[in-house]
Ligand binder design. Structure first.
Ligand SMILES: O=C(O)CCC(=O)C(=O)O
Ligand SMILES: [Fe+2]
Length: 538
């Protein structure tokens, strides 16, 4: 349904990158703390080693001169006092306490569990939409494997692989939501990595091979693969033979298999958990995967590029390169509509005002607040971040309005257009298929009393390294985020009726920091600029 005039309904969008970047600061403080701790501990251990060596050298001396009264005194003193001081030294405690105190001070700036959950769900979304291979992701590569073809969707300059415990945590988030479809491949990867490094316990790890086997076995059981659940449970018992619960599970699985041997094979193919827009999901994802490469694009002669002047004196001096991307609905891309510095300026103006979006639920605008603790860094799986910029904020925005007006021939003065809405997508951020125009007469969009949103003028304020195309679902094409370009389309037909073919979405951002700015132009004020047509279809 329509995006509101004051608030915009968006699908899950994660962690604005600015907040991820902000999380780097507390980690640097923690690094500082750990470095001092290590220094102190190294000094402490050096001193202990010195004492050890000193005493050892006395004992290694073959002819200990026990008759020497000085030796007698030092031996007695050592045993009466030195050793006690060494054994009961408080230094280790003081060092660890300093580390703990320092951590406590940083703690309020650390991400909360919701943030971890959100980031894990973002990974799963990217995995789904771009058909990424979990094994590859764990190794740090973004590969789509279909049949025997391997496609690199993005080649990171530096491989950033995941540990067994990292994979476990992603799998656990899915597992706890009952989403075994995603839990299985991630836990599978965790088990395989933990097996490879069995016996090397890492302090930072939360989980172990046993935990991973335990969760994976149950996930397979839930998915109907009893025999695999059984073999994983048996493997678990090799490591923890005394676990009563697991022994009971093994008996249960054995019994199930004996009763009905067909349990041996997975019966239920686990379905990907339902997401809204299921009907359009496949098309949406296919369009996101093609990243705007539509072959028909160059075969259709009515799709062309030109220098647009719109007979406007402003544009005669500096025409804009216009690319007609699609005819029905009519979608054009204006290249280099803004300069790099303008794009940067708009992002900077919006940045301090970015807010988690609100979801339009019917008439009421409800801020999305579920499961967000105060401590959370706003890295949650909630909506994207957006800000509204009034023209009065900066004269550059007025210039921008003039340019939009010159190019489209439309009146973009308030109330005939909304303020500029700046949007920042985070990790895995996307905007599910939607219409920009209102589809119900009760939409808050009409509060402006200037009619429906007749057209959208959307500026790409950044490029995106991978993903993040704009997909037109029913019209069956997608446009990649071309930095500094602006995408324009009509949301309404000339009759004023909403054009269903404009259903569109912002594809999940695979890698990059995607920013767009929307100028929504309303019906009123455009009567003579876009006259009604004789054909209602037009
Ligand atoms: O980010 C995109 O590509 C689409 C954004 C969009 O549709 C919107 O903001 O209404
Ligand atoms: Fe939109």
């Amino acid at each position: 349904d329509p995006a509101g005039a004051v608030a915009t309904a968006r699908g899950d969008t994660f962690s604005a990158l600015t907040s991820v970047a902000r999380a780097l600061a507390p980690e640097r403080r923690l690094l500082g703390l750990l470095r001092s701790y290590l220094r102190e501990e190294e000094a402490r251990l050096r001193d202990l080693t010195r004492f050890y060596d000193k005493v050892l050298s006395v004992h290694e001396d073959s002819g200990i001169p026990v008759s020497n009264p000085l030796l007698a005194f030092t031996l007695i003193k050592r045993l009466q006092s030195d050793w006690r001081n060494v054994v009961h030294s408080l230094e280790a405690n003081e060092n660890i306490q300093a580390l703990k105190d320092g951590y406590e001070k940083v703690e309020q700036d650390l991400p909360a569990f919701e943030d971890l959950e959100g980031a894990a769900r973002a990974l799963m979304r990217l995995q789904d939409v771009y058909l990424l291979n979990v094994k590859g992701l764990a190794r740090g590569v973004f590969q789509r494997i279909t049949g025997s073809t391997v496609t690199d969707l993005y080649s990171p300059r530096q491989l950033f692989s995941l540990t067994a415990d990292d994979c476990f945590q992603v799998g656990k988030v899915a597992y706890d939501m009952g989403d075994f479809y995603h839990a299985i491949p991630w836990l599978e990867e965790a088990v395989s990595l933990f097996r490879g490094s069995y016996g090397e316990w890492k302090t930072e790890d939360e989980a172990s091979l046993e935990d991973a086997l335990d969760h994976l076995a149950f996930a397979y059981f839930q998915a109907g693969n009893v025999s695999y659940a059984l073999s994983l449970s048996r493997e678990f018992l090799l490591y923890s033979p005394d676990n009563k619960r697991m022994s009971r599970n093994v008996l249960k699985y054995e019994k199930l298999l004996a009763e009905s041997p067909h349990h041996a094979v997975a019966e239920t193919v686990i379905q990907r958990p339902n997401v809204p827009h299921l009907q359009t999901r496949d098309t949406y994802e296919r369009l996101c995967q093609t990243l705007g490469s539509q072959p028909t694009h160059y075969q259709n002669p009515s799709l062309y590029c030109s220098y647009e002047t719109n007979s406007n004196p402003y544009l005669l001096l500096q025409p804009v390169r216009k690319e007609v991307v699609h005819l029905k609905p009519y979608v054009v891309l204006y290249h280099d509509f803004v300069s790099n510095s303008e794009a940067q300026k708009i992002r900077g103006l919006a940045e301090p005002w970015l807010q988690r979006s609100v979801v339009a639920s019917g008439e009421k605008q409800v801020a999305v607040e579920y499961r967000i603790s105060k401590r959370s860094l706003m890295l949650q799986p909630v909506v994207c971040f957006s800000a509204w910029l009034k023209d009065t904020v900066d004269p550059m925005l007025v210039t921008l309005d003039h340019r939009i007006a010159a190019l489209t021939g439309l009146d973009v003065q308030p109330p005939y257009a909304e303020y500029l809405q700046v949007v920042n997508y985070g990790i895995g951020g996307h905007y599910e298929p939607h219409f920009d125009h209102a589809t119900s007469p009760t939409s808050p969009l009409y509060r402006m009393k200037s009619g429906n949103r007749v057209a959208t003028f959307m500026i790409y304020l950044s490029s995106v390294e991978a993903g993040g195309a704009t997909a037109f679902i029913y019209a069956n094409f997608s446009v990649p985020a071309v930095k500094n370009a602006a995408l324009f389309w009509w949301n309404l037909r000339r009759s004023g009726e909403g054009d269903d073919d404009t259903l569109h979405a912002g594809c999940p951002v695979l890698v990059g920091d995607k920013w767009v700015a929307n100028k929504w132009i309303h019906e009123y004020g455009q009567e003579f600029r876009r006259p009604c047509g004789s054909s209602p279809e037009d």
